[in-house]
Design a binder for this molecule. Structure first.
Ligand code: DGL
Length: 346
């Protein structure tokens, strides 16, 4: 009799403690946008010719029952496309949806699943526009869900764990890929096909994962001087083109860009943002007409200074694609040239 009472109370205690630990799990919302992480192929070794966007957010979650041990997850399908097809309206929609969801005191963090090709652009856009100290983590995969050693499931587990972790707060938007944690401001895709592609050559990683547990190298910190933009009243973003420079580069593409309505230009120049003299003349004329030009570097890393002899703005630490995001947002914000300069030169 006594044993039975004891057993019953042990069962009650265990159930109560199981319930308590269930209650403690963070609530994380997953915003799915497509990409390889949702891609599939008939061949298990196909890592390049698969189809993106074959699985929706529910399929991603249901394929990972273990996710329930680290967080209570819910999903929202924002779009289901390859990331080269993610456009400005999608960025505005995604950022607004994340802002809305993080206002809910019951949500501890957000994860975005995304194609890796332009993942860094979306991550940086969110970094500049999400209005919350709660973690936002962007992840994807290099191998489709159907491949041997698909990296998507572990990347998603790690991203959810990171988004639900209090230590991830106040660090800006994070990129979780291949067991590494990177900052949205500096992390870039460096290899076209391998899983170890996301790096920040100069600034490095913020941390790593042991199992699914995030281990940060430093306390919370954000990139120096990074602005925040409210997009509450922004319904569209101005056209900003990126133009690549090379030997023999002339001004034909610059003129075409302006003719087609570019409100700003990012030159992906050589070295410290250089472009040939002829092209520079046309850019100077554009700047005089009020079209800001950001000079970035096609080298892939390093700080780009502003050209001495013009109104042009060096991209600072930002590569061309991140410079474009920042310029679009500052133009949408109505900032003048001097203000825009401060964002890049910080
Ligand atoms: N089409 C590419 C994209 O969605 C596939 C690359 C990937 O997701 O890894 O970005």
């Amino acid at each position: 009799m006594k044993l039975r009472v004891l057993c019953a109370s042990v069962v009650i205690a265990m159930t109560a403690s199981a319930m308590a630990s269930e209650v403690k799990l963070p609530n994380v919302k997953i915003f799915a946008t497509g990409g390889t992480i949702s891609g599939g192929s008939a061949s298990k070794t196909d890592t390049t010719k698969y189809q993106d966007g074959q699985f929706n957010v529910d399929a991603l979650i249901n394929a990972l029952p273990d996710i329930k041990t680290i967080a209570n997850v819910t999903g929202e399908q924002v779009v289901n496309v390859s990331s080269e097809d993610v456009d400005s309206p999608t960025l505005l929609k995604l950022s607004a949806a994340i802002n809305r969801s993080l206002e809910d005191p019951n949500i501890q963090g957000a994860v975005v699943t995304h194609g890796t090709d332009t993942l860094e652009e979306t991550a940086f856009f969110l970094d500049l526009t999400v209005n919350s100290q709660k973690p936002v983590v962007v992840t994807g995969s290099m191998r489709p869900a159907t491949a041997i050693s698909a990296d998507g499931p572990m990347n998603l587990m790690e991203a959810v764990s990171l988004a639900g972790n209090k230590n991830s707060m106040n660090r800006g938007v994070l990129v979780a890929m291949n067991d590494r944690i990177g900052s949205a401001a500096f992390t870039t895709k460096t290899n076209s096909t391998t899983p170890d592609t996301f790096k920040a050559t100069e600034q490095g990683y913020l941390g790593t994962f042991i199992g699914v547990d995030p281990k940060f190298y430093y306390p919370p910190v954000k990139p120096t001087g990074q602005p925040h933009f409210s997009i509450d009243k922004v319904t569209s973003l101005p056209r900003v083109d990126i133009i690549y420079s090379y030997q023999d580069f002339d001004d034909v593409l610059i003129k075409a860009s302006i003719r087609n309505g570019a409100k700003g230009i990012v030159m992906d120049g050589t070295g410290n943002g250089d472009v040939p003299k002829r092209a520079m003349k046309t850019l100077e004329a554009a700047m005089k007409k009020g079209i800001p030009v950001i000079f970035a570097s096609r080298t892939g890393s390093g700080y780009v200074t502003s050209p001495k002899s013009s109104e042009g703005i060096g991209s600072g630490y930002y590569n061309a694609q991140k410079s474009r995001i920042l310029l679009m947002l500052s133009l949408a914000n109505g900032d003048d040239l001097n203000k825009i300069k401060t964002y890049f030169e910080k």
